[in-house]
Design a protein. Structure first.
Length: 215
């Protein structure tokens, strides 16, 4: 799948215009995009990153990493996904960067999602749905999720987000109304964010096929 990820990441460069400050996500597919972005680094104004991991890779390539508060609205955000349905709604957060990813997606005019073909699904939920939680609320959120979603939340032990929080992964879901589920989980006290990108889905999806498919 690494070749499919590379093809998707490199195709996303087509959406980068001169002078842009580019929002950059997190993960193995995004790493290929960052490497491709490095080849045109002198044409862009810098990047806003969703994780320390991506920030390190960007800086290693000589790309300036900017603060979103200073950059303001972004014209473009490029990120991967753990699942993508036919409506470009996503599950994200396998790399535990979901909150910052969601913030940058909201701040961006265009969200380009880069995936390998295995990430395409008819219905979201086979991939466990990540939820970032305040540590003291882990048990409370677990009980509420059990009561309201029908899924089984599992604490991702040993993982701490860049924000200092914990992650629950909800197993056993078949998400037929991702917008409603996103809103429901976000309302649970102690939830920082949920890895459903449904209210603000991707605008463009690039699938890393031999000739990349653009949806």
């Amino acid at each position: 799948m690494s070749e499919a990820k590379r093809l998707a990441g490199e195709k996303a460069i087509d959406y980068v215009e001169d002078g842009m400050i580019v929002g950059v996500g997190t993960g193995s597919t995004v790493a290929y995009f960052i490497d491709a972005l490095a080849t045109i680094r002198h044409r862009i104004g810098g990047a806003v990153s969703s994780s320390e991991q991506s920030s390190e890779r960007l800086r290693a390539h000589g790309i300036d990493v900017l603060d979103l508060n200073a950059s303001g609205p972004l014209p473009l955000y490029v990120d991967g996904a753990d699942e993508c349905d036919p409506h470009k709604r996503l599950i994200k957060g396998g790399g535990a960067a979901l909150t910052r990813e969601k913030i940058i997606a909201e701040a961006s005019e265009r969200f380009v999602c880069i995936i390998d073909p295995a990430k395409q699904v008819p219905v979201l939920g086979a991939f466990p749905l990540p939820v970032e939680v305040i540590p003291m609320a882990r048990s409370l959120v677990t009980r509420e999720i059990l009561a309201t979603t029908g899924g089984q939340p599992v604490w991702r032990e040993g993982v701490k987000t860049d924000n200092g929080n914990w992650v629950l992964d909800i197993h056993g879901l078949s998400i037929t109304d991702p917008v409603a589920l996103e809103a429901r989980i976000n309302q649970i006290p102690g939830v920082v964010s949920v890895g459903l990108f449904a209210r603000r889905p991707a605008d463009v999806v690039i699938v890393g096929t031999p000739v990349p498919t653009v949806l």
